[in-house]
Design a protein around this ligand. Sequence first.
Ligand SMILES: C[S@@+](CC[C@H](N)C(=O)[O-])C[C@H]1O[C@@H](n2cnc3c(N)ncnc32)[C@H](O)[C@@H]1O
Ligand code: SF4
Length: 398
Amino acid sequence: MFHVKHAPANSDLSAPPVTGFGLYVHWPFCAAKCPYCDFNSYVSADVNQERWAKAFELEIERIGRSTRGRTLDSVFFGGGTPSLMNPATASRILEAARKQWRFRNSIEITLEANPSSVELARFVDFAGAGINRVSLGVQALNDGALRRLGRLHSTKMARKAWDIANSVFERASFDLIYARQHQSLADWSAELREAVQMSPSHLSLYQLTIEDGTAFGDLYSKDRLRGLPDENLGADFYERTQDICERWGLPAYEISNHAIPGQESVHNNLYWSAGDYVGIGPGAHGRLTIDGHRLATEQERAPAGWLAKALKGDSAIDSRAVLTQREQATEYLVMGMRTADGVDLKRLNRMISLSAIFPRSQHLEDLGLVWRSERRMGATRAGRPLLNQVLKALLPDN
Ligand SMILES: C[S@@+](CC[C@H](N)C(=O)[O-])C[C@H]1O[C@@H](n2cnc3c(N)ncnc32)[C@H](O)[C@@H]1O
Ligand code: SF4
């Protein structure tokens, strides 16, 4: 039933213990395309919510057949802008999920939302559908910056959305983008202090990345995107972000994610600890351990093609590859080293011999970029912003 692209090189497929099980639902539509964004998202005036709800139900049923009996720890509606989904569509997706899997009592069900009036009006209905956590795309607390980022909301609207989100949902988080055009370190420090004073229990803080194929990417390649920080200033932005967040009791539990201890996102942690998750919707990725095989799944990217295949129950909607032990080790390190807790060494040892890793990690420890305890290994605060180099040093053959 799987389209296996390549077979495992290692005959010992004993899977590592899986940490958690989640469902990711990708809604690929937005009200406008932001100039920095390379997520699989499209502007469409014509979205038939009934057909999309049906398609998601059928996909959950199809994948449920090979994952029956499992218990869901989290559901994440991402995008795109899933808050443009009808709450009834979200409700049908959750109902379909309940038919396939048990829901853990403490299940986290997150919706990414944009702070527009259309979406605010639906918050109560989304909560009624079962969503208990919202992740709000505030992006900036500065109206000029919001305009330059192509956002449709104002700072005032973002603050209102934040207040409503907190009164409606059990938990809420918001996203900001920093190291923006013409932003000084002092500007960002002031903006971040305003943000922490909004009392978030969770904050996602991303450095602006210029992605190929976006409007910003095109401008950048023509040298027409001015006022971006250089690498040194970028590092200062990162350091200042850590200082302010730590002072306000919101330490980083991952490179870009901060939380009051205990308020970390279950779904995020599932990704970073190499847990299992079903990924449905255009372009959605998943990771599933089935019969001892760790599968990487990716669904068809184009919304129209995805919809047609999902409605037909066509399993060609997915490409699936069995990950070798070496690939699993690489993935576990790439994801786990992003986090403050790092990776579990016993678990890593089931995927790759630690004797190959330790001499290299020792060198990185001496440089103050990596820490190691008896059971775990991680990147230090100084090592995390240099993670690509750290990983290259740990896994030189990749
Ligand atoms: C799936 S996206 C957006 C969800 C929602 N549609 C929104 O715009 O608020 C998740 C987050 O990624 C961040 N992001 C997207 N593109 C980025 C980029 N090029 N650089 C930095 N952060 C980015 C934004 O903070 C965004 O809220
Ligand atoms: S940042 Fe959000 S709203 Fe903007 S295009 Fe990307 S997914 Fe859509």
